[in-house]
Design a protein around this ligand. Structure first.
Ligand SMILES: NC(=O)c1ccc[n+]([C@@H]2O[C@H](COP(=O)([O-])OP(=O)(O)OC[C@H]3O[C@@H](n4cnc5c(N)ncnc54)[C@H](OP(=O)(O)O)[C@@H]3O)[C@@H](O)[C@H]2O)c1
Length: 313
């Protein structure tokens, strides 16, 4: 079978397509024939070596976190999935490995693919959909009538964050670049700001929840736009930001919450229900596995609305 691996940190040129034996499973595992894998910004942070404290420095390493596919074999101690069922799931974010014809997973790594969505759409859901749910429900606790600002609303997480915040009854201001202005209204945003034409610093409105998905803003930049008991959510945990948010949250009414994605079976269920109920899933572009380097290079350097997906044969 084919698998994408790399033997040292670097840019997309380190990614190699190699032939390997199909892995075998243990009693409590399943073998999945992978149909599609989505691209996440985390992938290039890991193969670029930015996350080596978490990923380790032993090679070869592999790429790809969220995937969709079909159950090919089910270990004798597994109970939740049958051979032939279509599933979606995610692997350990620092180890990856989904970019392969076959992968071995645990039952808790996967959920049934909603019948109403394609394999490509299903692969685009887990990391960003679960992140959006965790931000809305656990970190920000978004409630009806709250004012929510989403900075970076047309990216992987943002598309879902806008829709889920609306479902929670909030009023949403989406900050996007020009190409995504119309789409953001279709996802449900009440107000859309084109950040290439207007700086959010000029806003006079104050927000209950300020979500930064661009990773370009700090708590101190967000604070002037927050209500006195507002929450700022950012997505890049580092020892420094975790420590400074802890200190801030002891002394300030304006709280700083940092996303550390924790996938749960309940989260998967909630996500599948949202997809069945018509959650819009934006696919930016699909690629063949043989174009893996091009796929990552373009996703990293070009503006995209939603998710890019690599499709396997
Ligand atoms: N901590 C965790 O557990 C965790 C989990 C998942 C993701 N993440 C991180 O969360 C971040 C967001 O993830 P994602 O998948 O949504 O990334 P993404 O698809 O790259 O989206 C980022 C968005 O930011 C927008 N943006 C860029 N510059 C901007 C600016 N100056 N002002 C406003 N918006 C701007 C981009 O829009 P344009 O393209 O139009 O500029 C894009 O839509 C990533 O850094 C990812 O690594 C963390």
């Amino acid at each position: 079978m084919k698998k994408v691996t790399y033997n040292h940190f670097g840019d997309e040129s380190v990614l190699e397509l190699v032939e390997q034996a199909v892995p075998s499973i243990e009693n409590n595992q399943l073998l999945i024939r992978v149909k599609a894998v989505s691209i996440n910004p985390l992938d290039w942070k890991v193969y670029g070596g930015e996350m080596k404290l978490m990923s380790g420095t032993r090679f070869p390493k592999s790429v790809g976190v969220d995937f969709s596919g079909i159950v090919e074999q089910a270990g004798s101690a597994t109970t939740r999935f049958k051979v032939g069922e279509a599933v979606m799931g995610l692997l350990d974010v620092f180890k990856g490995g989904a970019l392969a014809d076959y992968i071995v997973v645990k039952e808790t790594d996967i959920a049934l693919k909603p019948a109403s969505i394609s394999f490509e759409q299903a692969a685009a859901l887990p990391v960003t959909g679960l992140s959006a749910l965790q931000i809305m429900d656990q970190l920000a606790g978004v409630r009806p009538k709250q004012e929510v600002l989403i900075n970076g609303a047309s990216g992987g997480i943002g598309v879902f964050a806008v829709q889920i915040a609306k479902k929670r009854g909030a009023r949403v201001t989406a900050v996007v670049s020009t190409d995504a202005v119309t789409a953001a209204t279709q996802w449900g945003a009440d107000k859309v700001i084109d950040y290439t034409k207007q700086s959010i610093n000029q806003l006079t409105q104050r927000f209950d929840v300020f979500i930064d998905l661009s990773t370009k803003l700090s708590l101190s930049e967000a604070k002037p736009l927050m209500k006195p008991k507002g929450a700022f959510v950012s997505t890049l945990p580092s020892p420094m930001t975790l420590l400074s948010s802890f200190v801030n949250n002891l002394i300030s009414g304006k709280k700083h919450k940092i996303l550390i994605l924790k996938p749960t079976v309940e989260g998967f269920k909630a996500l599948a229900d949202l997809a069945e109920a018509g959650l819009q899933i934006e696919l930016a572009k699909t690629y063949a596995l043989s174009n893996v380097r091009e796929a990552y290079k373009e996703a990293r350097h070009q503006k995209r609305m939603g998710k890019s997906v690599i499709v396997l044969d």
